[in-house]
Design a protein around this ligand. Structure first.
Ligand code: ADP
Ligand code: MG
Length: 298
């Protein structure tokens, strides 16, 4: 287990930021930590990285107790804090050398990390001269300098333009091939694009903790299909896994299924077997964003 969080509660004076939060992350997973502003994401990450203490609960990273042994744990953790604080007057290499000295990391690692995050063409510049996307890469390079096996990234894509966003997501995926990554975001599509699993948090409590595939399959499939002829209800009922069928008009049916299978190809087979044609076939998207909104509204 790369990350194990048990019954964490954090109260800032009177504000309860986390309420009895528990979750785990397996080695090599990329986990999206998804929640609206103020949900408690940054608080959880600061506790995971040993920067603040909870009121209650336990946190382990690679079996090391973060609360009892924060320095040992931090050797295994790369952390990109929210807003990525950098010394902007420094040159990229200068900044990374400074970080390497703090981490007591071999300076040879610097070029390796610059390479890994795709920073080579910009590495001779001062940090303030870089675009937000490249500044993010500097933060990521600094986070992986000591070759940690767990990466904690607090909203690494917030404030990026669409192209930078895609590039940084790709980079997170790449880093996720050899590390366990927990990254926070308030964008559902991001989770779909990058993660293996998702933890949805709201008002300091975990609402969903699931593999993405399981979450997608959770939802029933609704498919609208237009045949070239009128198809009789008794025949429609022969389509496997059918939950309900509604004849919207003439040749148009709205079909609901509850199954892991993609029913579009089955409907296609059904039409072919019965010798009629499909003019239109539209699956209502398995929309995680809708689910997220549903779960976090009110
Ligand atoms: P998120 O990162 O999901 O936006 P945070 O962890 O930053 O959420 O905050 C969770 C809650 O705790 C919010 O209500 C926030 O206002 C509160 N909070 C965060 N940091 C502090 C602090 N240092 N003192 C008091 N309240 C805080
Ligand atoms: Mg935050």
């Amino acid at each position: 287990m790369s990350i194990k969080v048990t019954s964490i509660t954090k109260i800032y004076k009177t504000q309860k930021a986390l309420n009895n939060v528990s979750f785990t992350a397996d080695k090599g997973q990329i986990i999206g930590f998804l929640g609206p502003n103020g949900a408690g994401k940054s608080t959880m990450m600061k506790i995971l990285t040993g920067f603040i203490k909870p009121n209650k609960g336990e946190v382990f990273v690679n079996e090391i107790d973060v609360l009892k042994n924060p320095l040992e744990a931090q050797k295994r953790i790369g952390y990109l804090p929210e807003h990525n604080p950098l010394y902007e007057d420094l040159y990229v290499r200068e900044y990374l050398q400074f970080k390497a000295a703090i981490f007591k990391v071999d300076k040879n690692q610097i070029e390796n990390c610059i390479d890994k995050v795709g920073l080579k063409t910009e590495a001779h510049k001062k940090i303030h001269q870089l675009s937000k996307g490249y500044q993010q890469r500097v933060g990521l390079a600094a986070a992986i300098l000591h070759n940690p096996s767990v990466l904690i990234l607090d909203e690494p894509t917030t404030g990026l333009d669409p192209n930078q966003l895609v590039a940084i997501r790709d980079l997170i995926k790449e880093l996720g091939k050899e590390k366990t990554v927990l990254f926070s975001t308030h964008i559902m599509q991001e989770v779909e694009a990058v993660c293996d699993s998702v933890i949805i948090i709201k008002k300091g409590e975990i609402l969903v903790d699931k593999k993405l595939t399981a979450l997608k399959n959770n939802k029933q499939q609704v498919i609208k299909v237009v045949f070239n002829i009128l198809v009789d209800d008794t025949l429609i009922q022969k389509i496997p896994n059918l939950l309900s069928a509604e004849n919207l008009e003439n040749n148009t049916w709205k079909l609901s299924f509850k199954t892991d299978k993609d029913m579009r190809s089955q409907i296609f087979d059904f039409a072919q077997e019965n010798k009629f044609k499909i003019l239109e076939l539209a699956a209502e998207s398995k929309n995680l964003e809708g689910l997220f909104r549903e779960l976090t509204s009110k």
